[in-house]
Design a protein around this ligand. Structure first.
Ligand SMILES: C[S@@+](CC[C@H](N)C(=O)[O-])C[C@H]1O[C@@H](n2cnc3c(N)ncnc32)[C@H](O)[C@@H]1O
Length: 240
C-alpha cells in the first residue's frame, strides 16, 4: 500500500503547473543525467547499501530515506529484500510524485511525506531499522549536522544502522580552497553536462554546499551516540 502525504497548507491543485515544477524539471533533469551516467557513483552506492542490508537484515525491516528525491535508488536497493515498510521524506512535491510512480507496484508498505528531513526525523523516535540519506546533509552547518545525527540516532531501533553519502573536503581546506579544487574536479567528472547545466549546478554547489572532512563525519557520528561510526567508501577523485 502506498500513501503520499502533502503538507496540509499547500494547495494540491498547484502541483503540476507552477514555476516550481519548471525549476524542478530543469534541475531534476540535470540530476538524472548525473545519476544515469553514474557521475556520482550511484551504482556503487546501491551495491554498498544492498550489501549492508543483506548483512544486517535477514528479517522484515523498516527503512527511512531522508531527502529521498524520486526514491529510485531505494527502489533498486530494496528489491527482493525483506523490507516491510519504506518511508521517504522530501521537501519537493514533484520529486515525491515521481517517487509515487516509481514505487507504485512494490510489495511493501510505502509512505512518501512532503516534509523537512530535519524536523521530520526528530519526530520519529525508534521508528526505523535502517536510515539512509544521499547527498543532502551537507547543506546544513556543522552544528545543525551534529543535531541531525543525534536525531537520526534517536530515530533508529536497537541494532539499527544509518548510512549517508556526502561531499567531503580535506583537513585545513578553506571554503575558497575547496570550491577552487571542486570546480576543476567536477568539470571533469560532470563532463556529461552542457555548459549551461554545469553552471547551474555549480552555482548551487558554490552557494549551498558545506562539506566536512571524513574524520569530522566519523567524530560527529561518535558524538551523536552511534556505537560504531566509520567511512565505508571513498569515491575516486576525492570529492565524495
Ligand atoms: C541531491 S538530491 C538527492 C536525492 C537522493 N537522495 C539521491 O541520493 O540521489 C537532494 C534532495 O534533497 C531534497 N531536500 C533538500 N533539503 C531537504 C530538506 N531539508 N528536507 C527534505 N528534503 C530536502 C531535495 O528536494 C532533493 O530531492
Amino acid at each position: 500500500m502506498l500513501h503520499l502525504h502533502f503538507k496540509a497548507d499547500a494547495d494540491p491543485s498547484n502541483i503540476l503547473d507552477t514555476d516550481a515544477l519548471e525549476i524542478f524539471q530543469f534541475e531534476w533533469g540535470i540530476y538524472q543525467t548525473l545519476v544515469q551516467s553514474n557521475s556520482m557513483n550511484h551504482r556503487e552506492i546501491a551495491d554498498l547499501l544492498r550489501e549492508l542490508i543483506d548483512t544486517h537484515f535477514d528479517r522484515p525491516f523498516t527503512f527511512i530515506d531522508l531527502a529521498c528525491g524520486d526514491s529510485s535508488l531505494a527502489h533498486t536497493v530494496l528489491e527482493g529484500s525483506q523490507v516491510a515498510r519504506y518511508e521517504g521524506l522530501d521537501l519537493s512535491r514533484p520529486a515525491l510524485q515521481c517517487g509515487a510512480e516509481i514505487m507504485k507496484e512494490v510489495p511493501y508498505e510505502v509512505d512518501l511525506d512532503e516534509e523537512d528531513m530535519v524536523a521530520g526525523i526528530a519526530r520519529r523516535p525508534e521508528s526505523a531499522d535502517m536510515i539512509w540519506c544521499g547527498f543532502s546533509i551537507h547543506h546544513l552547518r556543522t552544528d545543525q549536522k551534529q543535531e541531525m545525527l543525534a536525531s537520526i540516532r534517536q530515530a533508529l531501533k536497537p541494532g539499527g544502522i544509518f548510512v549517508c553519502v556526502e561531499p567531503v573536503n580535506a583537513a585545513g581546506e578553506t571554503r575558497a580552497d575547496y570550491t577552487g579544487r571542486w570546480h576543476h574536479e567536477l568539470k571533469k567528472r560532470f563532463a556529461v553536462l552542457s555548459d549551461e547545466e554545469f553552471d547551474h549546478i555549480w552555482d548551487h554547489i558554490r552557494t549551498h554546499d558545506f562539506p566536512e572532512t571524513p574524520e569530522t563525519w566519523v567524530e560527529m557520528g561518535e558524538k551523536a551516540g552511534f556505537s560504531k561510526s566509520r567511512q565505508v567508501f571513498r569515491m575516486p577523485g576525492d570529492l565524495f
